[in-house]
Ligand binder design. Structure first.
Ligand code: FRU
Length: 572
């Protein structure tokens, strides 16, 4: 019972050892993953331009600070059908959140519903969809931008003059809102008139084309001569690029038609929206005087990412976020550009750091794999060692038990062998005595009498020669069969054609010793010679001379020679 308890204890100990090792590996494995959920954010941009690429890189950079977040971007190149397909594609990629900047209002809500139906939160950015199936909106107040521009123009024009408006894509919410804000505000100034209106597609060439159309209307050319039109004091562009395009068209027109004396491109106001700080962007244009003013239309990819993560993590967030805007004029353009350069340097530094961290993480991954390998090997080796040690212990115990059993067996054998010798002797004596008694009582058979007589005869007339030859024959027989442990007096008698009693009496009378004694002596004498052989151990010598128990051999040897046997081999 106690053995079973002991075995159970050992088993539990081993189990806990394995459990500790496995949990160690588990801890290391879990450290491999940061434990944070991974989010895939899909971004559907309506077009591709410097404003959107700034926004995209800000989104990309904010993933550096939000581990486990990645973005996948698509740009529809101002094609509503393409944007619809791309949204479907992003939804099929199993994105966790969709950021959309719809190319047009009212034309994309069906595609956005696909995401909403799949429980994918949707953030509308910069442009509105016209439906309410979105999770949050983030953008600037375009109506307010329009108003701001109108007030600025009015103040610069001292409350009177003419304005031309080049609006953006008319189906997009920023274009509509900027237009409305501008016109609502201008109405406050009765002496300011909007003398021309055309739409572009947000790109510079479209601004040029739109301005050309307006000039064609206001300054028609008849018979190669420009008809004088109204003076133009200000151009309001839906964004910076279209405002720059409009200026270019105006300058070209004046170059071709110098007779249009009421057009003075260098004296006009050029208003734009976006004020990008990037090279060639609105702020540089204001600094260089190409534009008079530009309203900042912020990108703020970092804030957009923060909103996305708040939604994904289940934190509180604003449904509508209006980003701040401001005017860039020649007075602050340089300062803003300097600040932006500073920020750019920081971004560049962060990018380098990110690359470095990526390399280190790569190295860490390799080291982790090596570490797991080592832990695995150590685990296997430990297991192997435990099993080997266990097997060795079991084997050692078995050997010990086997040796003990063997010793006990040898002891038994020695006893049996000793008893056998004694019994043999006693048997001989008994047989001898029985014969003598029979003879005395005269009841001996003729054959036996003859044998007796022959013994007597041989005693009566001592013929030394004959005796010697009989003893020699006896010894010869014994010598030839010495290695047989079962060699008996009967066997020898048979070999010498004598009965056991006859042999016993003859040998006893001739040598004074019993045959059993002589056999033992012969075995011991031979053993003495064999012990000189360095290749034989004591046990081997004992077996070679017919002892079946080495311990009995040692006892007999000691009795006979007065000291224990010691071989040249030094082995027992
Ligand atoms: C960029 C852009 C900006 C403009 C905004 C309006 O694609 O055209 O220039 O301010 O989109 O959505």
């Amino acid at each position: 019972m106690s053995k079973i308890v002991h075995l159970i204890k050992i088993f539990i100990m081993r189990l806990s050892y394995v459990a500790v090792l496995l949990s160690g590996v588990g801890v290391l494995l879990s450290s491999c993953s940061d434990g944070k959920k991974r989010y895939l954010i899909g971004v559907s941009q309506c077009s591709e331009d410097s404003w959107r690429s700034k926004l995209n890189s800000e989104l990309e950079q904010s993933t550096y600070f939000n581990e486990g977040v990645s973005v996948v971007m698509r740009s529809a190149d101002d094609n509503i059908e393409q944007q619809r397909r791309q949204i479907q594609e992003l939804v099929d990629m199993n994105i966790d959140l969709l950021i959309v900047s719809p190319q047009q209002t009212g034309n994309l809500s069906d595609a956005i519903s696909i995401a909403a139906k799949k429980d994918i939160p949707v953030i509308l950015f910069d442009r509105k969809s016209g439906a309410d199936n979105y999770t949050a909106f983030m953008g600037a107040d375009n109506y307010m931008i329009g108003q701001m521009m109108a007030d600025y123009a009015a103040s610069q024009m001292a409350g009177h003059g003419n304005i031309v408006e080049i609006a953006g894509e008319h189906k997009s919410s920023p274009a509509m809102e900027r237009h409305k804000g501008f016109n609502d505000a201008i109405r406050k100034y009765p002496d300011i008139h909007i003398v021309g209106y055309a739409e572009g597609d947000w790109k510079q060439p479209s601004g040029e084309v739109a301005m050309q159309q307006i000039l064609d209307q206001l300054y028609p050319v008849r018979d190669g001569v420009v008809q004088e039109g109204p003076q133009i004091d200000c151009i309001f562009g839906g964004n910076d690029r279209m405002a720059v395009g409009a200026r270019k068209a105006l300058e070209k027109f004046v170059q071709v038609h110098p007779e249009a004396t009421s057009l003075h491109p260098s004296k006009m106001l050029y208003l734009g929206v976006d004020a990008l700080p990037t090279p060639g962007g609105g702020i540089e244009k204001v600094r260089d005087g190409e534009l008079t003013v530009s309203a900042i239309y912020p990108t703020h990819g970092d804030e957009l990412m923060e909103l996305a993560l708040n939604i994904l993590e289940g934190n509180s967030y604003e449904k509508e976020t209006m980003m701040e805007t401001n005017m860039v004029t020649q007075a602050n353009a340089r300062v803003l550009l300097m600040q932006y350069k500073e920020v750019e340097n920081q971004i560049h530094y962060i990018k380098r750091m990110h690359a470095r961290v990526d390399t280190i993480l790569g190295q860490l991954d390799t080291q982790r794999i090596v570490l797991f390998g080592i832990i695995g090997m150590t685990f296997i080796l430990s297991l192997f060692t435990i099993l080997t040690v266990r097997a060795y212990r079991v084997k050692r115990n078995l050997n010990r038990e086997l040796r003990k059993k063997n010793d006990e067996l040898n002891e038994e054998k020695a006893k049996v062998e000793h008893q056998r010798d004694e019994l043999e002797e006693q048997r001989d004596q008994l047989l001898d005595l029985t014969e003598t008694l029979k003879n005395r009582n005269g009841s001996s058979t003729e054959g036996e009498g003859a044998a007796e007589a022959s013994v007597k005869e041989s005693k009566d007339k001592p013929e030394v020669m004959e005796e010697n030859s009989f003893v020699s024959r006896f010894l010869q027989y014994v010598g030839d069969h010495l290695s047989e442990p079962d060699l008996s007096v009967e066997d020898i008698g048979e070999g010498l054609c004598l009965s056991r009693v006859q042999l016993y009496r003859k040998i006893k009378s001739m040598t004074g010793k019993t045959p059993v004694e002589i056999i033992r002596e012969e075995r011991l004498k031979r053993s003495k010679v064999l012990l000189e052989d360095a290749s034989l151990s004591i046990s081997e010598v004992a077996y070679k001379v017919g002892f079946s128990a080495p311990s009995y051999f040692t006892k007999c040897y000691k009795d006979y020679y007065g000291k224990a046997p010691s071989g040249k081999s030094g082995r027992c």
